[in-house]
Design a protein around this ligand. Structure first.
Ligand SMILES: [Zn+2]
Length: 391
């Protein structure tokens, strides 16, 4: 009996399905013996995360030197369980990327007879694949303030765990590491050097911060991007804005420099035609595919759309108040009035407020804080601008 067969017999709920009355395992682990421990640990973790028997593997294959796993479930499972399963799969992918396919020891990626596979010092053969900065940095799903976000993590071989990285855009703080078989200092030095160079090459026209960015800074490469982000920050349909400096793909990591926007109807990356970075066709295809793999579709916008009035000027005007302190008394009065009476025109709300402080500043700042919604699309900002409490 193969180790795969034994594993499937021990965990039938996770593997066995029926095809015309005959049992088979769509997620049969198709990989070399060196990954037995990687697969076994993955199965144990998934079994612990999904103990109601509804989850099963649909695909578990060695693909270009990494273990790719897909799963499904017979019924809906809690988000917390789904995240644990995703984490277990992420850990198995990360470990398989440097686990020798012959013996499971820590190794590096080689190309042998045109096939990519990690091999240890004892079993190494073929051509060594060069190390690229950030090769051990992975993106995985996490939760921040009850919202799903992408977390950048580094895989730690010794503890078989992810170490969350600060998602800061400061290249020094990022310090991407090389593959783990180099000495830590050596790899850190090399990674840092390449990482910083890559970031410095990209020119920056400013920075963008909003409460929707989860406290992180988005570097701006083009003035149109600022307008698009200001509008997204004030758009009630947009839930979060996130900067993705790199995306790990097999076998290298790509600097994508993308901005992910999560809205009520899906997850997108911002693609402003006039602000597209200069890339070769091959690079464009790889970056687009990597973003698609993350579930991000292009949100294509042209200069004309971004600068369309009255929205563009309205958004710019309101966003000038971002971060201004809000008088507590005014805040209570504004939120109270909107809670009680629902949506109303800005003029009506302002006439009700009683304070010696500027009420307009408070209203605009609350909008920038994502606490109230202003209709910036229909009319130029004025007494007739409709406003309501953020849903
Ligand atoms: Zn080996």
């Amino acid at each position: 009996m193969t180790w795969q067969e034994q594993l499937i017999r021990r965990n039938p709920a996770l593997f066995v399905r029926s095809f015309r009355g005959v049992a088979f395992a769509p997620g049969y682990p198709r990989c070399a013996p060196g990954w037995q421990h990687v697969v076994t640990r993955l199965v144990e973790r998934v079994a612990a995360a999904a103990n109601d028997g509804s989850v099963y593997f649909t695909h578990m294959v060695c693909e270009n030197g990494v273990l790719r796993t897909h799963w499904s479930s017979r019924s809906e499972i809690p988000q917390r369980s789904a995240l644990k399963i995703e984490e277990a799969i992420g850990l198995a992918e990360a470990r398989s990327a440097s686990a020798c396919i012959d013996c499971g020891a820590e190794g590096r990626l080689f190309a042998t007879d045109f096939v990519l596979a990690p091999l240890c010092k004892v079993h190494q053969r073929g051509t060594l694949v060069p190390i690229v900065a950030g090769g051990d940095v992975f993106l995985r799903r996490g939760v921040l303030r009850e919202r799903p976000v992408l977390v950048q993590s580094r895989y730690d071989w010794d503890s078989d765990a992810f170490l969350d990285l600060p998602t800061s855009v400061d290249p020094k703080a990022k310090a991407p590491n090389g593959r783990s078989c180099m000495s830590r200092r050596e790899s850190a030095k090399k990674g840092q050097k390449m990482g910083i160079r890559r970031s410095e090459r990209l020119s920056q026209v400013g920075q963008f911060v909003s409460v929707k960015c989860g406290g992180l800074v988005v570097p701006l490469r083009h003035p149109l991007v600022r307008d698009a982000l200001v509008q997204a920050a004030l758009d009630p349909a947009v839930r979060s804005i996130e900067y993705l400096p790199t995306i790990p793909t097999t076998p290298t990591t790509w600097g994508v420099d993308a901005i992910a926007i999560e809205s009520d109807d899906g997850r997108y990356y911002l693609d402003i035609v006039e602000a597209r970075p200069r890339r070769s066709i091959a690079q464009k295809l790889i970056v687009a595919q990597a973003l698609l793999d993350l579930g991000l579709r292009p949100l294509v916008r042209t200069e004309t759309e971004v600068l369309r009035e009255p929205r563009c000027s309205n958004a710019r005007t309101v966003f000038e108040y971002a971060g201004r302190p809000i008088d507590l008394g005014l805040r209570m009065q504004i939120l109270g009035a909107l809670t009680h009476d629902g949506a109303m025109p800005l003029g009506e709300l302002l006439s009700r407020l009683q304070s010696y402080r500027d009420p307009v500043t408070a209203v605009m700042s609350l909008a920038c804080h994502d606490l109230i919604e202003l209709d910036l699309v229909s009319t130029p900002l004025g007494p007739h601008t409709m406003m309501r409490l953020r849903k």
